[in-house]
Design a protein around this ligand. Sequence first.
Ligand code: ADP
Length: 416
Amino acid sequence: MSSETGNHTAGAAGERRPGGREQDALDRQALQSRMAQIGHKILVLSGKGGVGKSTVAVNLSAALAMAGKRVGLLDVDIHGPSVPKLLHVDGTPLTGSENTLYPVKVELFPGSISVMSIGFLLRERNDAVIWRGPRKYGVIKQFLKDVEWGTLDYLVVDAPPGTGDEPLAVAELLEKADGAIVVTTPQEISVQDVRRCVVFCREVNLPVLGVVENMSGYTCPKCGERVGIFGSGGGENMAREMKIPYLGSIPIEPEVVASGDSGVPMVKGFPHSETAKAFGRIVRALLEREPEGAKSVVAGNGKPLRIAVPVTGGEMSSHFGQCERFVIFDVGEDGKSVGRREELVPPPHEPGTFPRWLHEQGATVIIAGGMGSRAQSLFNQNDIRVVVGATGGAPDVLVRDFLAGRLETGANSCDH
Ligand code: ADP
């Protein structure tokens, strides 16, 4: 972090008087236009600190990125912004200008996480403590409004713990969020905090996507016996009682601490751990909420959905660079119905040509069999989302299945 940037931005947010209704309206407009480029917004909340909220936010974001999503991770936990450390980007200098801050990119093939943390702005860890209530609100607001995310499928927000003014500010400012994931540990005291969190969500009209019970039991690596260090099942019982979805439990695993220290999320560094598997299940549940395979893209960049499929001999070509032509489909505003279909012959293939050319044709998605990470990032830079691992067949069938959320994708056959 450059101390100049931190100093400047935190100070500006703090000093600036809201400036009356006019300024508020301008700020809201700026925030809304940033948010319009984001498909899904998910808040990660907890009744108190130390229950693993940031660990959940980071692993959730990483698992979504590894599922091919463009993810933003926003850490507004003023009192303990730990996301930069958990992703090994602490100390990264921020770039941007007065009203624009660029997030720090963490590539997690095939997707990526754009990270922004209030921790990048703090000159010293004690800074937050001296901010008074209204200043904290101002900082959170400015921060949300000024980050240049670009187009994202998901924005995961690591919110301040508790149910006070700070999480309230986040919930209010992130209007139309999909909902909150509430993290708890199994102890009765923590579960009570979560009850308060659930009531809080209801008061601010924020749907509760579900509860995750973290630190739920420990399995002895020597004898395999499961020990409920903080108990277990409290979160699940509470979820049942409050009629909210239970998303699963994450055990105590020493690797979680090691992963936090090394800055490599569990889902990447320890993919076979119970923790990684639990996140896999949570992310699948979230992705199943996307009824049409590409809905997030439609809502995401505000452009009409236009899907390109590389084709040779009437079937999807698994090596897009060698295809004879592209079949391009327009999708209706409902994100489900297929409209106009056209077949176009691309220019001679050289690295970067197809992404640019398809962008000029208005394509927003390409369905491909295999694609290397460099090519994927060129498509992403041209605002085209890449769906890899399609196993072949007629382009019309692939697109129909994609829109119905049932396109089967296997391994990326070109993952060099
Ligand atoms: P919060 O964001 O709620 O304050 P953190 O995610 O920072 O909590 O986690 C607090 C501490 O607990 C960290 O040191 C983290 O590594 C550790 N931790 C979190 N979840 C687990 C787990 N399932 N097993 C072992 N340690 C964990």
